[in-house]
Design a protein around this ligand. Structure first.
Ligand SMILES: [Zn+2]
Ligand SMILES: [Zn+2]
Ligand SMILES: [Zn+2]
Ligand SMILES: [Zn+2]
Length: 797
């Protein structure tokens, strides 16, 4: 995903292995990126490009005029089965393959408006009706969408507009008495009904309440930092020869305090597990699967069921025309024709290109000059003078005597006034770790970027009238070097943008207990977030709303303490050896965080969520390869291998049960899960994560069966396991509490529900702040519970 597809990777590695030793050495030992780039670029042959282009053609990113009728038909099938979400996605696919101002596109929009109407998405429905009309919706079908429009307007309380639409419809009829008699009657009946509805609503003056607007209080930094944009004044930027740049607390910070709120400098949507339209053979020509690319805006990453496609390709889809236009102006006019190539070369390469495209908007000449000087400086620097620069750089903005003259050198990435901002200069100064990457990897990146540069050149010469700003093409080699630098930076500085995806559980709509899982939505660069160092037990929590990252304190942080963030390997999810290995290979450092120190030096016993227990007496087992019972009166002992294989068998059974649950075979699932639990009790500690998983699955199954009480009992057991593993105020516990709150709520257990809602709110607020969807849902539940009689919530969409 991040890196190029395997075929291109192995092709390049093969090419590398066949290079003469002398050339390999030149590239391996070059420490200037320019040399690596130019050498590699000179080795890119036409047959290499041909190979790459063939791979790119596997991604169908153009518009296929035969696809819209197919997708509309498939969408209609889903619509008939009342799967309105499924239908909207298929209509969207049809829209993305249609040319503007065709009957195809207008029909797809109109059909999508119907599906959105049934999903109660009236605003989006109205927009789609306007789009259908804008693209030439057939005159004879107009009454249908006009009626739908009126229904939406009435429901939204926009009565004047509704009245106007009715009048328009009526005068339309009068003008064209060509409608079939039956059709005319239906229409008239509907009109009468809607007129009455408008009147009724009008009588209930102003009972209509505005749609819930999200409160953005506390979503802004209380006081912005003068030295670092997007950060709060509670932190300050420091630099140290060993740690590099890092942030510390300038005052005592409480849990939940917002420390950083930063919009990505650049981000690229992760196309999802299934790349769009990758087809082997013709039977899968038109893909009906749903990917992230169908559900999230390619620019702002907002979730939407009503995407608007790019006019030029079928893969870039947006939440609105505004997003489409912005993306086009900023980068997509260059990227549009390169879709297949960018999917082949992976997200890192795509981000590298997009970063340089965005750089053009920040006084391109200055950036280019900076690039030139930076690149040649590096070449000219003797080791001595390079050292000097580094020493001076570490002298954090302080004036000092150096070699007889006063110098003031700011922290790398800061501007001349010492301010660190979310801009290209800061991005450019993120560490690339050139010396740490393997020569093969550098060759892969350099060759991929070279191929991309050639395509840019070719695309440019094909259509000179839409020529991109000359700065990009005349200096393509410099931008190539910059892109190579970005690709190398990304391994350590890419930030995964995640979101919580809610999946409704199997069973009927009323069984409204959702299961949430974190998915990786996009990859981005956040220069301010990148200032934070890693800890396996961090004191902050990061979350995202569209492309904005927020970092909140997850615990109390004392004045002077470092602000730490977890790069991925968290102590509650991974053992110390695996963490160390991961951090060394990806981020090139040895972690010395308190969690690692404790685990390394004190050979701590395995955590409770991995512990086995005695089959005879239930006490915990202890030991290495051979485990013996911890109880004095028991002589039981057993090999670890035996227990591990027993655990694997159990895991497999649980997997089968989860599959049964997903396919709605609930009774069978309960049966198997109860057997699994019985099995687990015989050799796992009660706090083993497998026990938690089984309890969670049981809770889900009982919820699907509508047995709230049993479901809640099992979920409480699962919650205890999560608590032991992740800590009582962890985000994981927050999500479990959210589920439990839904259960009590649906089961009308008012005191328990209120209590759990409040607990969940408290925990989640620290991690996410008030704008989070789950928090908003909890608040709705609370107000509902406080204003009893209790009413179950409608199915969440
Ligand atoms: Zn958008
Ligand atoms: Zn496009
Ligand atoms: Zn660590
Ligand atoms: Zn025992």
């Amino acid at each position: 995903m991040d890196l190029p597809v395997d075929e291109w990777k192995s092709y390049v590695f093969q090419k590398w292995s066949l290079l003469p030793k002398s050339i390999q050495d030149t590239i391996s030992t070059a420490d200037a990126l320019r040399d690596i780039f130019l050498h590699s670029s000179s080795l890119l042959q036409p047959e290499d490009e041909m190979f790459l282009n063939n791979l790119s053609r596997g991604y169908f990113v153009g518009k296929d005029p035969n696809a819209p009728p197919f997708y509309r038909e498939e969408g209609n099938k889903k619509f008939q089965k009342k799967d309105y979400v499924g239908a909207t996605v298929l209509y969207s696919k049809g829209i993305s393959h249609s040319r503007p101002h065709t009957v195809d596109i207008s029909l797809c929009y109109a059909n999508r408006s119907a599906a959105l109407f049934y999903l109660d998405q009236y605003e989006m429905c109205l927009k789609d009706i306007t789009r259908a009309q804008m693209h030439g919706y057939p005159e004879r079908l107009q009454p249908k969408v006009m009626l739908r429009k009126t229904e939406c307007l009435v429901t939204l309380g926009r009565l004047q507009e509704a009245g106007q639409t009715i009048r328009d419809l009526e005068s339309n009829f009068a003008a064209k008495p060509t409608l079939a008699a039956a059709q005319f009657q239906i229409l008239q009946r509907n009109l009468c009904r809607l007129k009455r509805k408008v009147q009724e609503k009008g009588n209930l003056t102003e009972t209509y309440t505005a749609t819930l607007t999200k409160t953005f209080e506390d979503m802004d930094l209380r006081e912005e930092n003068e030295q670092i944009s997007s950060a709060s004044s509670s932190v300050s930027l420091c630099i140290d020869p060993l740690k590099g740049r890092y942030l510390i607390a300038t005052k005592d910070i409480l849990p939940g305090e917002l420390l950083v709120k930063e919009d990505a400098f650049v981000s690229v949507l992760n196309p999802g597990e299934m790349p769009p339209g990758l087809h082997h053979g013709l039977e899968n020509k038109w893909d009906t699967r749903v990917t992230n690319g169908d559900l999230y805006c390619h620019r702002c990453l907002k979730h939407t069921l009503a995407t608007v496609p790019c006019d030029g390709c079928s893969y870039a889809k947006y939440c609105s025309n505004e997003c489409m236009q912005q993306a086009w102006d900023l980068y997509h006019q260059i990227e549009c024709s390169l879709g297949g190539l960018l999917l082949t070369l992976g997200i890192f390469c795509h981000i590298a290109l997009r970063s340089t495209l965005l750089a053009r908007f920040e006084d391109a000449s200055k950036v280019i000059r900076k690039l030139c000087s930076e690149i040649s400086n590096k070449d000219m620097c003797s080791p001595e003078s390079e050292n000097l620069v580094q020493i001076l750089n570490y002298d954090l903005g302080e004036e000092g005597e150096r070699h007889g003259k006063t110098v003031k050198i700011p922290v790398p990435g800061c501007d001349i006034n010492g301010k660190y901002e979310n801009n290209y200069n800061a991005v450019f100064n993120l560490l690339a770790h050139t010396e740490n990457h393997s020569p093969e990897y550098k060759f892969l990146c350099a060759l991929s970027v070279s191929a991309l540069c050639r395509q840019l050149e070719a695309a440019d010469s094909k259509k000179p009238e839409t020529a991109a700003p000359p700065a990009l093409y005349s200096e393509l080699n410099i931008w190539g070097v910059a892109m190579l630098k970005h690709m190398l930076q990304l391994q350590c500085n890419a930030q995964a943008i995640t979101t919580i995806q809610e999946t409704a559980l199997s069973g009927s709509k009323e069984n409204n207990v959702s299961n949430s899982r974190q998915i990786r939505l996009a990859t981005g660069i956040f220069p301010v977030v990148s200032l934070l160092n890693h800890s396996c037990s961090p004191n902050t929590s990061v979350s995202f709303i569209s492309t904005v990252a927020t970092i909140r304190a997850s615990q109390q942080i004392g004045k002077g303490q470092e602000i730490l963030h977890c790069y991925g390997p968290h102590y509650s999810r991974m053992g110390v050896a695996d963490r160390q290995q991961k951090l060394r290979s990806q981020y090139f450092f040895d972690c010395g965080c308190p969690a690692c120190q404790k685990e390394k030096h004190r050979a701590v016993a395995r955590p409770r969520w991995e512990a086995f227990c005695c089959n005879q007496c239930g006490a915990l087992l202890q030991g290495g390869d051979i485990l013996s019972c911890g109880s004095m009166s028991c002589t039981e002992s057993v090999s670890r291998d035996h227990l591990t294989s027993q655990l694997q068998d159990l895991q497999q059974q649980v997997g089968i049960a989860q599959e049964l649950l997903r396919s709605g075979k609930l009774e069978q699932a309960v049966q198997l899960l109860l057997e699994c639990r019985h099995d687990a009790e015989s050799f796992l500690s009660t706090e083993h994560s497998m026990v938690g998983e089984i309890e969670d699955a049981l809770a889900q199954t009982y919820a699907a069966l509508g047995d709230w009480q049993k479901s809640a009992t099992h979920l409480q057991k699962s919650l205890r396991v999560v608590e032991v593993r992740h800590g009582p105020s962890s985000v994981e516990v927050g999500h479990e509490l959210f589920k439990l709150a839904q259960l009590f709520f649906n089961g009308f257990a008012i005191p328990e529900a209120l209590n759990t809602v409040e607990r969940a709110e408290k925990v989640l607020m620290v991690h996410y702040g008030p704008c989070n969807d789950e928090i908003q849902e909890l608040q709705k539940m609370k107000s509902c519970l406080l204003n009893s009689p209790p009413i179950p919530l409608g199915p969440s969409l």
